[in-house]
Design a protein around this ligand. Sequence first.
Ligand code: SAH
Length: 219
Amino acid sequence: MSARHTGIGMTSQRTRLRMVERLREAGIQDEQVLAAMAEIPRHIFVDEALAHRAYEDIALPIGFGQTISTPLVVARMLELVRGARSLGKVLEIGTGCGYQAAVLSRLAREVYSVERISPLLMKARVRLRELRIANVRLKHADGHFGLKEFAPFDAIVMAAAASHVPDALLEQLAEGGRLIMPLGTREQYLTLVEHTDQEFSYKTLEEVRFVPLLPGAQK
Ligand code: SAH
């Protein structure tokens, strides 16, 4: 392990467990999500200068004008999209720093995560390797199109906001599958889409604030 992992050592483990207690108090009940978040070190996914704030319930900048969601929003999205199921293949749109993908690696057999900003993806790749996470595959691509070659997915998590659900993502959602995303542009609401009996049902939940889903993969 690098000095970065052992550096704040036990302190960060304790801080992480306190974060999990706060998530529980805020209403997160899924024990598997809580266990995954107790395990994955959030501080290694942000710049060292911000590492000491990594376990607070705040969004943090990750470069390129992007942000990592608050721990509560990550927990909430994963609890909803998991729906107490054991997950096979999962697709994440918007890898960012790779934190949510790392948490997902503990909840699903295979995780595919797509990011349009190549340098972010490269950093995420290094961090996942440092943590020896082997069931996450990262792709540099425009998430609007999903990842047809690996579909269908039991769950799709979108970490960027859009005014509608991209058609490709609905097509790639397995029967019985669930998709979670921030829907809307000026006002965004966490929205859960369920694919059952060849239909899609939508549930609108709390208001949230995410960066927008942008078109095209950037160099
Ligand atoms: N899950 C991330 C949160 C990242 S923020 C984490 O744990 O850090 C949202 C990310 O979505 C940003 O990195 C942004 O570049 C990416 N994004 C925006 N539009 C996209 C698109 N069309 N395809 C893929 N990624 C996109």
